[in-house]
Design a protein around this ligand. Sequence first.
Ligand code: 9D3
Length: 247
Amino acid sequence: MKIDILTLFPGMFVSPFTESIIKRAVEKGLVDINAINIREYAEDRHQQVDDYPYGGGAGMVLKPDVVIRALENTKSADAYTVYLSPQGKKLTQEIVRDLSRHSHLVLLCGHYEGIDDRILSLVDEEISIGDYILTGGELPAMVLIDAVARLLPGVLGDDASAGEESFTNQLLEYPQYTRPAIYRQKEVPAILLSGHHEKIRRWRLQQSLLKTLLKRPELLLERDFTAEEKKILAQMLFEREREDEKN
Ligand code: 9D3
């Protein structure tokens, strides 16, 4: 996948993609990430990229001719263009999955000052990462790239890619432990040391269900329960009843 980012701050994109998993994906040639300075497409002698808003008001607005030149020069025939903006559709794992199927993404980073509205006709989708105010679309673009890149074939190991099911599955992760078995008097649940793989699998599912119910109950409203999950939930309720009877 090719990813081109149009930004006034290309330097911001250096370190996030030269570390860890994304770095390896770049090295393997699975993703080609390019940050392009919008200013390169300014044609006047001051390399001006923004101007005062018509009608007045605070701040500046990115000039349509400069940004449109940048977009037209960057887009390929199969490019899919995303404008990162606070007014966009909130990024979800489903959108991430759809984006990961494109061969070329062009990401236009919004700016605190805003862009000339006529630029929007060259954009396929407007995306926000959530309802809080940032200073620009650069960090959201990095979030999007990180989320998309890890879905590309070969980026994660086989072990890790199976783990992708967890959010698709809409359950939170079960608790994990490593050595030592007792740390500051806190013990690892005995079941995990038992070697009973089937019991461990069921315990983990139970923990995932319980944690989701307690921390993110709304996730459960968006999915159905399997027969096994219903059985586990019924068992938990039954055990709670018996605890109540004792008290
Ligand atoms: C609140 C009024 N605005 C400032 C004059 C609007 C505004 C425009 C641009 C506020 C912030 C920004 C900069 N943010 C982004 O470009 C952005 C963003 C964000 O702020 N939050 C979540 N997702 C995104 S994607 C792009």
